[in-house]
Design a protein around this ligand. Sequence first.
Ligand code: OGA
Ligand code: MN
Length: 217
Amino acid sequence: MEEEPDEKIVLKFEQIADRLSDKGYAIVDNFLTPSEVRELLHVLTHHREQGTFKKAGIGTADQFTVDKQVRGDYIRWIEPQEALPPTKVFLERMNEVMRYINRTCFLGLKDYEFHFTMYPVGTVYQRHLDQFQTNDHRQLSFICYLNEDWLPEHGGNLRLYLPQPDGAEETVDVLPVAGRLACFRSNLIPHEVLAATRPRYSLTGWMLDQLNELTFL
Ligand code: OGA
Ligand code: MN
C-alpha cells in the first residue's frame, strides 16, 4: 500500500491547491525542512563538482539559443531513475503534490520534470512565460528555494506579474529563502528573476498534462 503523507504536509498541499485555484499562484514557507534543504544542497554541490551543470537555453531543441542577457542560470536535469536519496524524497513529495492537486483542481496532471538550478551572482532571467509556443504541456511551475540565511539585501527576488480584471498588472516579489515553495500557472503568470549578490540555488520544475517521454516526440 502506498504510504499516506503526514498531516502537516497535507496542510501545505491544501494551501498550494487553494491558492492556485483562487489566485493562480501560491507561496508556501517551510515546504522543505531545514535538513531536507541541507541534504539537497549537498546533492547540488556534488553535481556541480562533477561538472554536470549546463548553461540553460531558451526555447526547445531547434530554436535553442543561449543568451546570457536573457537567462543566466545553469541547470542539471533530474533523471528520476538515477536520483540520489534526497532527490528521490523530493520527487516523491512532488508526486504527492501532483496527486493532491489532481483531486482538487482538475488540471489533468500526468507527469513532472525538475532540474537543479544555480544563478551566479548578478545573473537574471528576464520576464517570460513558462509555456513554450511549440510545447504547451507545462501546466504548473514549481520552484523550491535552497538558500540558507538569505536576506532581503541579497536580492534575487522572483517577481510575479499578476494580470488584473481591469487589464492592469500587479507585482508580487518573492524572496528565495530556504524551504520556500513558489508555484504558479505556467501559461498565465509572466515572471522574472532579479539579480542577486550571492549565488542563488533552487529546484525548478513543471507539472505536465502529458507523460514526459511523449513531450519531445
Ligand atoms: C524558470 C524561472 C524562477 C525562479 O526557471 O523558468 O522562472 O525563481 N525560475 O528561479
Ligand atoms: Mn520561468
